[in-house]
Write a protein that binds this ligand. Structure first.
Ligand code: HEC
Length: 118
């Protein structure tokens, strides 16, 4: 379910949730789930990832390049990561690039709706 926090995040960005979710599923869904408690696939579950440090999800075996990155997944960092993960951290096991800024924006908007209130 989409919490109030998520709704507010969406309203602020004027992004269509159905469209944002569909974009996540088509761009990332092969390798990632994002719902709370979702399983890891080739990549880790991404629930509540926005604003969090990289590679701290204990039940996933992250690569050394990501573990030593010191990244925090704010929107700008996520945007660069999705645009070209390997360019950002050579040796990462995430083989993915998304050159379309509009698609990246939709995906990030969707992930923001899955942020847990503090
Ligand atoms: C081909 C599979 C694949 C696709 C497609 C993919 N990822 Fe990943 N992702 C991974 C893998 C594998 C990792 C672990 C990377 C590492 O440890 O270096 C990862 C890691 C991540 C992380 C770091 C999570 C953390 O806790 O630090 C984020 C954020 C992420 N992916 C977002 C996305 C988003 C958003 C998309 C879609 C736009 C996407 N990924 C598409 C495989 C994929």
């Amino acid at each position: 379910m989409l919490g109030l926090y998520g709704l507010a995040a969406l309203a602020a960005q004027e992004v269509d949730l159905a469209k944002a979710k569909a974009q996540f599923l088509s761009s990332c869904g092969v390798c990632h789930t994002a719902e709370k408690g979702g399983s890891n696939r080739q990549g880790p579950n991404l629930h509540d990832v926005v604003g969090k440090p990289a590679a701290v999800r204990g039940d996933f075996k992250f690569s050394e390049p990501l573990k030593s990155s010191g990244f925090t997944w704010d929107e700008a960092t996520l945007d660069r990561w999705i645009e070209d993960a390997a360019a950002m951290r050579p040796g990462t096991t995430m083989a993915y690039r998304q050159r379309d800024a509009e698609r990246r924006k939709l995906v990030i908007a969707y992930l923001k709706t899955l942020t847990e209130p503090k």
